[in-house]
Design a protein around this ligand. Structure first.
Ligand SMILES: [Zn+2]
Length: 264
């Protein structure tokens, strides 16, 4: 009797939890996206970096820790990091031309992570924390709508339809397209565009300040790719899936470059 009563109470709660969880999940570069970027980076680490990272992460892979930045979001004690997942600035300005937000942004976050990891006097626990966060943030830096305009919250206010369901431009790029593609992160990482070593090196050129501008350019293009309320589906996917895959690949290759530099 008691058991049945408890189940009756738990099931509705479980539904509420699932609904809330799926909403929260929709606002982030999907777990699959982050893990793909982590997996690509893992495959491009120098032996030295690979060893040092394995030691810090107790053998956990970059793919596994890549979602850490979002996993801690629900915990209010980590609230100060929530502005680190993105940056919004005017479409006709460069990041360096704009006064940074007092709450921080993705570039400030990445720089802080790099500084703590690089500093050999940092506590081990801090180096682990900021390493996990860095893996996440370099992924976010390559979701173009994380470098969108302030007035529409990086496309969050631009409503569109995706296969008949309401969504917005930000969420479309965060999760709708990746999740509908239906591949696991290992499948995605394996099936990214085939590129030569030279092409990979070309992608790794520059630094986070160049990469944020590149993402902003892409965001500006994507703003023009939809009309408010537009019904999107296969045609949009054909047109932009390669762009999305390339962003995952770039994120991974550049994350490897940053990590290789930090653990030289
Ligand atoms: Zn994030």
């Amino acid at each position: 009797m008691n058991k049945i009563y408890t189940m009756k109470k738990i099931i509705p709660l479980l539904f509420i939890f699932l609904i809330q969880f799926s909403f929260a999940n929709d606002m982030i570069w999907s777990k699959t996206g982050h893990r793909t970027t982590g997996e690509v980076a893992q495959n491009h680490l120098t032996r030295k970096a690979e060893k040092a990272i394995a030691k810090l992460l107790n053998g956990q892979s970059l793919a596994l820790v890549s979602t850490f930045g979002d996993d801690i979001k629900a915990d209010r004690s980590f609230k100060k990091f929530s502005a680190w997942h993105y940056v919004n600035y005017p479409a006709d300005k460069k990041y360096t031309d704009v006064e940074p937000s007092e709450f921080g942004d993705i570039i400030i976050g990445i720089q802080k992570c790099m500084a703590v990891i690089k500093d050999e006097n940092s506590l081990r626990a801090d180096r682990v924390f900021y390493l996990k966060l860095l893996v996440h943030l370099i992924g976010d830096l390559h979701q173009p709508m994380h470098v969108g305009r302030l007035e529409d919250k990086g496309g969050n206010d631009i409503q569109v339809q995706w296969f008949g369901k309401g969504t917005n431009l930000h969420r479309l790029w965060d999760s709708n397209m990746i999740n509908d593609y239906g591949m696991s992160y290992t499948e995605l990482a394996k099936n990214l565009p085939k590129i030569t070593k030279k092409e990979a090196q070309k992608i790794q050129e520059g630094n986070i300040f160049d990469w944020v501008e590149e993402s902003q350019d892409l965001a500006n293009e994507l703003y023009g790719s939809v009309e408010v309320g537009e019904k999107l589906g296969y045609r949009y996917s054909y047109e932009y899936w390669n762009v999305l895959e390339t962003q995952l690949q770039k994120g991974g290759l550049r994350l490897a470059k940053v990590l290789n530099g930090l653990f030289e």
